[in-house]
Design a protein around this ligand. Structure first.
Ligand code: ZN
Length: 236
């Protein structure tokens, strides 16, 4: 996978083409996005509510352009987008730090990405949240553990499910595997995912981490689909 990413870096050097629309950039731009896409994206440090977690935040809204960015990563295997996503998340945390003079997310001991089931991992080849986590770990200096939380059940895709159905679908779907509790116990965890919708998945992950003895759990998501109307949410 590392060779593949290196190759993609050569084919799509991130200062040449917009990571959202693919337009030729002709020079270095912020987040490797063209002006057209940047102007249509909503960058934020907005708190979101996640049951069982101590805090939650998302770094972007959920419009057409933000979605295209994450879909490029998730479905088109443009894994180099993960680094851009990590840059956006890190900047959102830095904004919080400068505005509120503290940022609990940056005080975390460990970044844990929301896991996907091994069957889905086999199909897709990678977990997009883990890809982003690795880059965020490099930027922030916080250790990353992709093995400290597993998805026990291959839950149905959340697409098209109501809030209650999502809760039922993800209930007890996650656990800290045997032998991994010592990584978690007493630690402050930054729980990372690409899209936040109802918070059901993040909430179940936070519950599993707390059950294993985690200290505070701070959720960090890239896109906040929670505030959009139900029609948009159904498209995820
Ligand atoms: Zn663009």
């Amino acid at each position: 996978m590392r060779i593949y990413e290196g190759l993609m870096g050569l084919i799509f050097p991130d200062n040449l083409y917009c990571v959202c629309c693919g337009k030729y950039l002709g020079g270095k731009t912020v987040y490797s996005l063209c002006r057209h896409c940047t102007d249509r994206m909503n960058f934020q440090s907005a708190e979101v509510s996640v049951d069982n977690a101590d805090k939650g935040m998302c770094a972007m809204g959920y419009g057409t352009y933000e979605r295209r960015l994450i879909f490029n990563l998730k479905y088109d295997e443009k894994t180099y987008v993960a680094r851009i996503a990590a840059d956006i998340l890190y900047d959102a945390l830095m904004v919080t730090l400068s505005e509120k003079k503290s940022c609990p997310w940056l005080e975390a001991d460990l970044i844990v990405p929301v896991p996907i089931h091994k069957k889905r991992l086999k199909e897709r080849g990678f977990n997009q949240a883990e890809k982003i986590a690795v880059h965020l770990g490099q930027k922030s200096g916080i250790k990353v553990s992709g093995e400290s939380l597993v998805r026990k059940r291959n839950t149905k895709a959340q697409k098209g499910l109501s809030g209650e159905e999502r809760k039922a679908n993800t209930r007890a779907a996650f656990e800290v595997p045997c032998g991994r509790e010592k990584m978690i116990k007493g630690r402050k965890i930054l729980l990372l995912d690409d899209i936040y919708t109802t918070g059901a998945t993040a909430s179940e992950c936070a519950a599993a981490l707390k059950k294993a003895g985690a200290g505070d759990v701070f959720f960090l998501g890239l896109l906040d689909a929670g505030r959009k109307n139900h029609e948009l949410v159904l498209e995820i």
